[in-house]
Design a protein around this ligand. Structure first.
Ligand SMILES: Nc1nc2c(ncn2[C@@H]2O[C@H](COP(=O)(O)OP(=O)(O)OP(=O)(O)O)[C@@H](O)[C@H]2O)c(=O)[nH]1
Ligand SMILES: [Mg+2]
Length: 265
């Protein structure tokens, strides 16, 4: 995991408020401790200890984020997928179609660029871009820092688009109410079996790009069967951000989640 892939190294995280272009690129890196001593390598600690330590700290901070969301009756969603499955495309459709009705805020995670935040900003939605450098996931500290810049209003909806990666983001609770895994039909139906953690920890699986089904050998029932083997409670929505097919079902699901936190009456 990240202790071995090196994405927890200091000094890599950059947070940019794209919409307001107000503040300079800040130095954030998801640690609460003193730089001088605790970044030193301690050979006595095993990698397993280090991983547990990182995840425990993250879980504590994720609970704080959850408390923040609950106190303000904000509903937060963590969007995860492999690169290019259509996370930003789904957000664009949602902001276009529901932007007048609901109060949205977006936190974008990518290793580099503000491309996705720039796309979101076109919908006049407050958006923060987190660039993780070599980091392959968002963590709860990064989200906390982004929230302190974003300042979402009460009763709003916060979408967190995670780094495109089906592995590491599965381990990091961000404090969201629901995690949504997006898979596109070009990726192959075996992905739930190959990357089970991502499907095990998600509540909704969006199957995107169904407009391409006529051109592909993709066994959609098999994908659902594999994913249910990993997580029998997982819900599924098939849609296409390009053609618009299935989007209404997504909006209905989304509003159902908000109703439970009384954002929609
Ligand atoms: N045919 C088709 N293409 C789509 C659909 N949704 C997204 N795309 C295309 O897929 C590509 C990737 O979409 P993005 O929304 O950038 O995907 P992403 O998951 O946000 O990608 P990363 O942030 O880089 O991980 C773009 O070229 C989109 O136009 C769809 O429903 N059908
Ligand atoms: Mg994206």
């Amino acid at each position: 995991m990240c202790a071995t892939c090196g994405c927890d190294q200091p000094g890599m995280i950059k947070i940019t408020n794209v919409r307001d272009a107000l503040f300079p690129q800040l130095h954030h890196h998801g640690h609460t401790h003193n730089h001088n001593d605790e970044h030193q390598h301690n050979p006595k600690r095993t990698q397993v200890d280090l991983e547990q330590d990182i995840l425990q700290k993250n879980n504590l901070l994720a609970e704080r984020n959850r408390g923040y969301f609950e106190a303000k009756e904000i509903t937060a969603f963590n969007l995860v997928s492999s690169p290019g499955s259509g996370k930003t495309a789904l957000l664009e459709c949602t902001l276009r179609d529901l932007g007048q009705e609901l109060n949205f805020y977006v936190i974008e995670g990518d290793q580099q660029t503000t491309n996705d935040a720039d796309r979101i900003a076109k919908y006049n939605t407050p958006v923060i871009q987190i660039n993780t450098g070599k980091g392959c996931h968002l963590d709860a500290t990064m989200v906390k820092d982004a929230l302190s810049e974003l300042k979402p209003k009460e009763h709003s909806v916060v979408f967190i688009e995670n780094i495109g990666n089906l592995v590491c983001p599965s381990m990091f609770d961000l404090g969201e109410q629901k995690r949504i895994v997006i898979i596109s039909v070009t990726e192959g139906e075996d992905k739930p079996l190959k990357y089970p953690d991502m499907f095990a920890g998600s509540q909704l699986c969006i199957i995107n790009k169904i407009d391409l089904l006529p051109y592909l050998k993709f066994d959609l029932p098999k994908l659902i069967e594999y994913a249910k083997r990993i997580n029998p409670q997982l819900e599924f929505i098939e849609l296409s951000c390009s053609s618009g097919e299935g989007l209404e079902q997504w909006y209905t699901w989304l509003k159902r989640q908000l109703a439970t936190t009384e954002i929609v009456s």
